[in-house]
Design a protein. Structure first.
Length: 240
């Protein structure tokens, strides 16, 4: 990936193969964060790639991290997958910033079968406003300055990459999962995302921001969503 090495784990199912799933962790985390989902996916016939994005885990360092760079690393993971494995159904699963990056990556591609977003925010500007409010600081001028500075650094306008705007461009089904007691990103963000497109399914589950254990407890619904998405794509494109 642009001269960088990304490390990951590749798990292969011993059951009838249904497809491949790529897991993307959140900010400051690593590939171990979503490990509770791996046995669930393997048992359902999905191979799994769990990897560290740049500047995280054992992957190479870079000048800075950003949500668009998370998405670039997801594209790199997909390139590896397509060069190594047959073209089966492909699902993207991400948590927090990794979920937002998953939505961004999927909005630019037509080869994704399904997306599962865990605890994604709706818009980075709202995240900044909430953080400043918690600190008792006004958005203007500090927050305004920081947002515009970050936009210059990462090379993107937040309005372009915000999940609130990317979800409508995603052609495949989306499952939005959010904790009903998430104090980091409120469930209202998930409702706002779900309202942007008809193909999105919203599922509120008990818990906070870290949903891996909660989602594993709802494995039947997760697997059913992936299978239905794969079946729908196969019906549209029998040769895939």
């Amino acid at each position: 990936m642009n001269g960088l090495t990304l490390e990951g784990w590749w798990f292969t199912t011993t059951h009838e193969q249904k497809g491949h799933a790529i897991l993307t962790h959140g900010w400051g985390s690593n590939r171990t964060a979503l490990l509770p989902l791996v046995p669930v996916l393997l048992a359902a016939g999905w191979n799994v790639l769990a990897f560290d994005v740049r500047n995280h885990g054992n992957s190479d360092k870079d000048t800075f991290s950003s949500m668009p760079r998370f998405a670039e690393d997801i594209d790199a993971a997909l390139a590896w997958l397509h060069s190594t494995c047959d073209r089966r159904a492909t699902a993207l699963i991400g948590h927090s910033v990794g979920a937002a990056a998953t939505l961004l990556a999927a909005s630019r591609r037509s080869d994704i079968t399904a997306v599962i977003s865990l605890s994604s925010f709706a818009h980075p500007e709202d995240m900044m406003k909430r953080w400043l409010a918690e600190k008792g600081m006004p958005f203007f001028p500090l927050g305004w300055y920081v947002l515009h500075y970050v936009e210059r650094v990462i090379g993107y306008r937040f309005a372009t990459i915000a999940p609130l705007h990317t979800v409508a461009r995603i052609p495949c089904p989306i499952l939005l999962v959010h904790g009903d007691n998430d104090c980091v990103i409120p469930p209202t963000d998930a409702h706002r995302l779900a309202n942007q497109m008809d193909k999105a399914v919203l599922r509120l589950v008990p818990g906070g921001h870290d949903l891996t254990s909660s989602v594993a407890q709802h494995s039947d619904e997760l697997v059913a969503f992936l299978q239905a998405s794969a079946d729908a794509k196969m019906a549209r494109h029998p040769s895939i």
